[in-house]
Ligand binder design. Structure first.
Ligand SMILES: CC(C)(COP(=O)(O)OP(=O)(O)OC[C@H]1O[C@@H](n2cnc3c(N)ncnc32)[C@H](O)[C@@H]1OP(=O)(O)O)[C@@H](O)C(=O)NCCC(=O)NCCS
Length: 144
């Protein structure tokens, strides 16, 4: 899957994000993020992953699969494509943060070879509730 870049993707990505998150990012938020030269994405209107190129590493900013297309391997395929891109571009690691209660996403990342490397206490604020962020890292195999 070829990477995409640029603010023209803000509208479809924000529409899908709104179907997938309780606190979605607005179209303006996506425009600002996509305007950064370090931002790129993979995917389409069914499933996408948005990332930042940190130089030696990639960071996953968000990942969303349309509710009608879940459990078909789309998120796993996006992570595999991102890992391939990381290896091809000599990146060392891929970082991400996930809400500690998001068990589907945590299972997904563990299955894709990510390991938990940290925890940010009370990182997410939703109304009067707070949730920890679990930090996960994937490392390129030393032989790749
Ligand atoms: C989490 C999410 C991205 C998974 O997408 P998906 O395309 O359905 O995932 P896949 O089909 O590739 O599933 C791969 C593995 O993830 C895990 N998984 C996915 N959904 C799961 C669920 N609802 N419950 C438990 N495990 C789940 C399983 O281990 C699954 O493997 P299996 O199907 O062989 O059991 C999707 O549910 C989603 O968009 N959720 C809302 C947004 C979100 O939470 N994004 C991640 C933020 S960090």
């Amino acid at each position: 899957m070829l990477p995409f870049k640029g603010p023209s993707y803000a509208k479809p990505l924000s529409a899908l994000h709104a179907l997938c998150f309780a606190q979605p990012w607005s179209c303006d938020n996506f425009t600002k993020i996509l305007n950064l030269p370090t931002t790129f994405g993979l995917g389409d209107e069914k499933a996408f992953i948005l990332c930042s190129d940190l130089g030696e590493d990639f960071e996953i900013l968000t990942l969303a699969v349309h509710p009608d297309h879940r459990r078909k391997g789309l998120a796993s395929a996006l992570l595999t494509d991102l890992q391939t891109l990381a290896t091809q571009n000599h990146k060392h690691r891929i970082f991400l943060e996930v809400k500690s209660t998001n068990t589907p996403a945590i299972s997904l990342y563990l299955k894709a070879g990510f390991v938990q490397t940290g925890c940010r206490k009370n990182y997410y604020h939703e109304g009067n509730q707070t949730f920890d962020a679990l930090c996960f890292t994937w490392e390129k195999s030393p032989t790749d």
